[in-house]
Design a protein around this ligand. Structure first.
Ligand SMILES: [Fe+2]
Length: 370
């Protein structure tokens, strides 16, 4: 299978992984041949990428470190919480116990499924409605924060506190009007002040829940603080920022910059990592940027990439010890298709990933498997 950006998905392509609807029910099953109406529907639901079967990548398998049903169920609970806060229009209420306890239970199951993994992968492509960008963002910030905490050897209860806190780190945003959050131009001073308030509002919401720890609330409160004191809401600096705030900050920025959104194209994960390095010591804690770098493969198995020498191929494996340099099955040099061969980027250091946002394999004649 391989991951294909939605704009390149065409009728008759075969879906390689089951898709789940926002309630965790199967929406389209693996093996279904896509039709124009399926594709239109998936686009309207906000899917930006799909795994499809491809003759040259039949043997490529994508492992889930979080089972998709579990992810869908967790997102459903968070969606209900966000909706409840949005409907009430204020942040003083206690969240429904039902959702809060389900989140704790589901997150415990997710942690269990992640145990024992040495290497995780970034995601590519949103699987949720455009209106639910905040949910998608929340889920991946939670996963990345969890990975960083696990890789630092934190105990399970602390990892869970961080994961749940990161899941709800932006909950204060749900009461900020969309016209401010999605404003394309510069915010006025008043609007910017309103946006900044989401950190404190999130803290207030989370700390009132008995099932959540105060540590989780600090993920919301401190995820925009920066080491040099330039962050908000309190302008904390250095060690006065709790480690959970420093961890969530790294996960938050990485996710926001690499994500596909309705209004922006994603930035290359390797470029975002470079950005984080450049800001280590001033904005971000190097300890957590390194933990992220060492445990998250930047280009997931199945993604189509283009190298700086114009070779094109699909990532077929990642090295746990060198997660930025995948093994790529090359199918084309420029627009010329070639007999497929594998290039280990860990052994060929003079090539880098130049792009993954285009999908040049689509237009190529396909070599059938031998
Ligand atoms: Fe935020």
């Amino acid at each position: 299978m391989r991951l294909t950006m939605m704009e390149f998905v065409e009728p008759d392509m075969v879906l390689a992984r089951t898709l789940y609807d926002p309630c965790g029910r199967p929406l389209l099953r693996r093996g279904v041949k896509l039709t124009s109406s399926y594709i239109r529907r998936l686009k309207s639901l906000g899917y930006t990428a799909l795994y499809i079967d491809h003759p040259l990548t039949h043997d490529v398998r994508v492992e889930d470190y979080v089972p998709p049903e579990l992810k869908a169920h967790l997102i459903k609970e968070v969606r209900e919480i966000f909706q409840g806060v949005r409907d009430s229009g204020r942040v003083g209420d206690v969240l429904p116990d039902k959702n809060v306890y389900r989140i704790v239970d589901l997150f415990t199951d997710i942690l269990e499924s992640m145990q024992g993994n040495e290497l995780f992968e970034v995601h590519m492509g949103s699987i949720l409605n455009k209106d639910e960008a905040l949910l998608n963002h929340s889920f991946y910030v939670s996963l990345f924060s969890t990975i960083i905490a696990m890789s630092k050897g934190m105990d399970e209860s602390r990892v869970r506190e961080i994961g749940i806190g990161a899941l709800l780190h932006d909950i204060g945003k749900v009461v900020i009007p969309d016209k401010i959050l999605n404003k394309p131009g510069k915010l006025t001073a008043l609007e910017w002040q309103e946006v900044q308030e989401h950190a404190l509002m999130g803290y207030d919401i989370i700390r009132k829940q008995h099932a959540f720890s105060i540590v989780s609330a600090h993920c919301a409160y401190q995820h925009h603080e920066r080491l040099d004191g330039s962050g908000y809401p309190r302008g904390l600096s250095g060690d006065s920022i709790h480690p959970v705030g420093r961890i969530t900050a790294v996960a938050d920025v990485f996710e926001a910059m690499t994500a596909t959104r309705a209004y922006k194209r994603p930035i290359l994960p390797s470029e975002v990592i470079e950005y984080l390095y450049a800001q280590c010591g001033t904005q971000f804690d190097i300890e957590y940027v390194e933990a992220f770098r060492d445990h998250v493969a930047l280009y997931p198995v199945g993604v189509t990439i283009q190298l700086n020498d114009d070779r094109r191929g699909v990532v077929v494996a990642n090295h746990p010890e060198f997660p930025q340099r995948p093994i790529v099955r090359i199918f084309a040099h420029g627009n010329e298709s070639v007999t497929p061969y594998e290039l280990d980027m860990a052994k060929t250091l003079n090539v880098v990933v130049a792009d993954f946002r285009r999908d040049p394999l689509i237009a190529l004649p396909v070599h059938e498997e031998q």
